[in-house]
Design a protein around this ligand. Structure first.
Ligand SMILES: [Zn+2]
Length: 167
């Protein structure tokens, strides 16, 4: 898994210098580099099958990658106070837990679905494997829940109120 994910081509585009207050190291009016990140999943190293882009600002003081709400082109024209409002700390740990949890509990009725939706929502605008894993978790959970509820419906129709879980 990690080998596959780390082999994702990452292309940093449109690097521009910005000045902002870093929410990670709390340096004020620190220099940073805004860039757009393009990631593409390629099948067999050739055919792009899935791609996305996201926006980031790298703090020159602590080297932390901060998630930006807008592209580097927009950030380039913003004042430091505006840039500060448009970046936020990237929180990978909860997202990783959510992503893994959504797959581990994908089989669970309702809970798997809810967890999958939350994980996808939490990782949608981030980069890296948690987003991919979350989507897989949600898809698996949807399939499991669809099959589960279909079976319940069939049993309910065939055996009236005698559901298999009530026995
Ligand atoms: Zn910093």
């Amino acid at each position: 898994m990690s080998t596959f994910m780390s082999s994702l081509p990452r292309i940093e585009e449109h690097r521009v210098p910005v000045v902002f207050d870093c929410p990670h190291c709390h340096a004020e009016r620190v220099a940073g580099t805004a860039y757009d990140l393009r990631e593409t999943v390629r099948s067999g190293g050739r055919v792009p099958v899935w791609g996305w882009s996201s926006h980031w600002v790298r703090c020159s003081n602590c080297q932390t990658e901060l998630h930006a709400k807008v592209s580097s082109g927009v950030l380039a024209g913003e004042m430091p106070a505006s840039v500060t409002k448009l970046v936020r700390k990237y929180l990978p740990f909860p997202q990783r837990v959510l992503a893994v949890g959504s797959v581990v509990l994908a089989w669970a009725p309702v809970v798997g679905m809810v967890l999958g939706l939350v994980a996808v929502a939490a990782t949608f605008r981030t980069r890296g494997w948690p987003r991919i894993v979350s989507v897989i978790g949600l898809v698996v959970a949807t399939v499991f829940n669809a099959i589960g509820f279909s079976l319940l419906l069939v049993y309910a129709v065939q055996f009236g109120s005698k559901l298999p879980i009530a026995q």
